[in-house]
Design a binder for this molecule. Structure first.
Ligand code: 13P
Ligand code: SF4
Length: 363
């Protein structure tokens, strides 16, 4: 007999009717054959979520069938963290990478947080440890530590306040003011640190971490695309190297980039970031042509519809955080969440004006 939590995964007329609105949003992105494989999983996941009081928090880099099909909340790291903190569901399924699931658990320790694939890591999060941060603090006593959310819980626990790509400048300036200093440690992404340094007078001390997806872009990618498509608007994520940011027209978090496209509806756009972004934004910008280049994040791509379905049916894989770490890590994330919302998204406008602002690298 089939367990009561499983549904027959067939493309029946009922499944077709239940998923028709999602199908319409994915028009042009998913072939009919793919759709007949995705739709039964989407219908089953959406029924299972109700049955189990679960929500799927889906990052902007999830594939379109996840993002549009089963995401209850979709957004950037900051938005997902805010949602984890306020969600009333009993179970959070993280459609994203492991540090995001840990952040959810830190903010909602009473909830069950599941990640469909434990191998969904992040090169930034694996590039620094809590022990590293303790040594940094010894070297720079009294200097506040701002940590990008793309870090493990033990790193967050050593941190004064977290930031994301959406609020890094604001958080750095807040920390400098609170601690009464003109220097702030901003770790672990050296490129985010360098891009922030170009927007503030606060001196930035940085760690040599990088995102394996964004560090691969270079300014000649942008020069090539501009040569081939002179009117194209170029948007880049602040994890890209500074010369890429300097060559782009707008920089912001994944949600800030999506908002820019849906609001401005440029004729042609290049999103210098992970490839699924363009596939997801196109549903709200059907007249916009999305040009390449883009890069795939192998960690984000470990999350699949089948994995989310298995998570719900088999209650796997539970993400836990050492209870000793939770209060300190939660304080760092909560301080960030409690900051007033930005009047407008960080734009890194001063990047072009201030090309040569140095950061101090921690060696
Ligand atoms: P956002 O916070 O902009 O969504 O970025 C998260 C991330 O991992 C980008 O690589
Ligand atoms: Fe980490 Fe980069 Fe993947 Fe984002 S895109 S999860 S920063 S490896």
């Amino acid at each position: 007999m089939m367990p009561d939590t499983a549904f027959p995964l067939e493309f029946t007329p009922q499944v077709e009717a239940e998923t028709a609105a999602i199908r319409a949003r994915l028009a042009g992105k998913v072939s009919e054959l793919e759709w007949q494989l995705h739709a039964p999983l989407i219908a089953a996941i959406n029924r299972l979520k109700k049955e189990k009081n679960a929500v799927v928090l889906a990052h902007n880099y999830m594939t379109p069938e996840i993002f549009h099909g089963v995401g209850d909340y979709v957004g950037d790291s900051l938005g997902l963290a805010r949602e984890a903190a306020k969600s009333e569901a009993a179970i959070i399924i993280q459609g994203g990478v492991h540090f995001m699931a840990e952040t959810s658990k830190i903010l909602a320790p009473e909830k069950t947080v599941l990640i469909p694939d434990l191998r969904a890591g992040c090169s930034l999060a694996s590039g620094i440890t809590g022990a590293d941060v303790r040594l940094i603090k010894q070297r720079y006593p009294g200097v506040p530590v701002v940590t990008y959310v793309n870090t493990t819980a033990d790193v967050k626990a050593e941190t004064d306040i977290c930031c994301t790509s959406a609020n890094a400048v604001q958080v750095v300036e807040w920390a400098a003011k609170q601690w009464g200093t003109d220097r702030v440690i901003l770790i672990p992404d050296q490129f985010l640190a360098k891009n922030v340094a170009r927007q503030t007078d606060i001196k930035i001390i940085a760690w040599a971490g990088a995102c394996e997806v964004h560090e691969r872009f270079n300014a000649s990618d942008i020069a090539d695309v501009r040569a081939a498509h002179p009117g194209a608007v170029v948007l880049a994520h602040p994890e890209c190297p500074p010369d890429v940011i300097a060559a782009s027209d707008f920089t912001g978090s994944t949600t800030a980039m999506a908002d820019y496209v849906t609001k401005n509806q440029p004729k042609q756009v290049v999103l210098i970031t992970e490839c699924s972004m363009a596939d997801n934004v196109t549903a709200d910008a059907p007249g916009v042509e999305f040009l390449r280049p883009c890069n795939l994040c192998p960690h984000m791509k470990r999350i699949t519809l089948q994995g989310i379905y298995d998570s719900l049916v088999k209650h796997q894989y539970e993400v836990t955080v050492d209870p000793e770490l939770i209060p300190r890590a939660a304080q760092a994330v909560q301080r960030m969440i409690d900051m007033p919302p930005l009047a407008k998204p960080a734009r890194y406008d001063m990047v072009k004006a201030r090309h040569h602002v140095d950061v101090e690298m921690i060696s």
